[in-house]
Design a protein around this ligand. Structure first.
Ligand code: AMP
Length: 223
């Protein structure tokens, strides 16, 4: 049975939004390394400052720290339900190290979902993104499907929405370049394990989710 899934996509493609729908619909645990890092960046310690600096420049955080954060999260009990992992693995070293670490255990990756979005669409998704730091909801001011009902206010909890410090055009270019150089090669690595499934994510969120359901079969995951 499929229960552990990784989402791979270029920056701004909507991994977080897709992961949230999948989490709800299939009762999986959503783990976003980006969110865990943004939380760590709020701490006024050495690690917090280093992480904050790297995120603002669109650069990767070192693998050891990523594994430290992840291992802690994987120890929690809810992980038994299965996970939807967003933002990890992001380079070949992480992919191989996680495979070694999880081989034969119940956290082994079952499937990789690759969300395909043309580069032209990514910039709009990045610059229009608004986040609720309180409940984690994600909005886009250019997309009627996920626009906040009241400008800058979260539909769900009423908090003020924020813009991520790395969601601007300059940092996007650096993040995209890093994605092509470091993350894209892992797609081939997982393709060889016959784990990759591709979803056309260029249209609406509803279409993306329909694509996800088609790949895995509606009933397969329902609990
Ligand atoms: P995301 O929310 O997935 O777009 O991630 C935001 C930023 O967090 C990225 O641009 C990276 O700087 C950092 N990050 C997230 N996940 C990882 C990872 N697995 N390895 C290294 N850096 C990461």
């Amino acid at each position: 049975m499929i229960k552990n899934v990784v989402l791979i996509a270029a920056p701004g493609a909507g991994k977080g939004t897709a992961a949230k729908s999948i989490e709800k619909h299939y009762n999986l645990v959503h783990i976003s390394t980006g969110s865990l890092l943004r939380e760590a960046a709020l701490n006024d310690d050495e690690i917090g400052k280093t992480v904050k600096n790297l995120l603002e420049r669109g650069q990767f955080v070192e693998d050891d720290l990523i594994f430290e954060i992840l291992e802690k999260r994987f120890k929690e009990d809810d992980i038994k339900k299965g996970y939807i992992l967003d933002g990890f693995p992001r380079n070949m070293e992480q992919a191989k190290r996680f495979d070694e670490m999880s081989k034969g255990s119940d956290i082994e990756i079952d499937k990789i979902i690759l969300l395909n979005v043309p580069k032209e669409e990514l910039v709009e998704r990045i610059t229009g993104r608004r986040n609720c730091d309180n409940c984690g909801n994600i909005y886009n001011i250019y997309n009627p499907d996920i626009m906040p009902k009241v400008e800058n206010i979260c539909n769900n909890c009423g908090s003020q929405l924020t813009i991520r410090s790395d969601d601007n055009e300059d940092v996007f270019e650096e993040r995209y370049r890093t994605y092509q150089e470091k993350t894209e090669p892992i797609i081939e690595y997982y393709r060889q394990q016959n784990k990759v499934r591709i979803v056309d994510s260029s249209g609406s969120i509803v279409n993306t989710f329909e694509g996800v359901k088609k790949i895995f079969g509606e009933n397969q995951w329902l609990k």
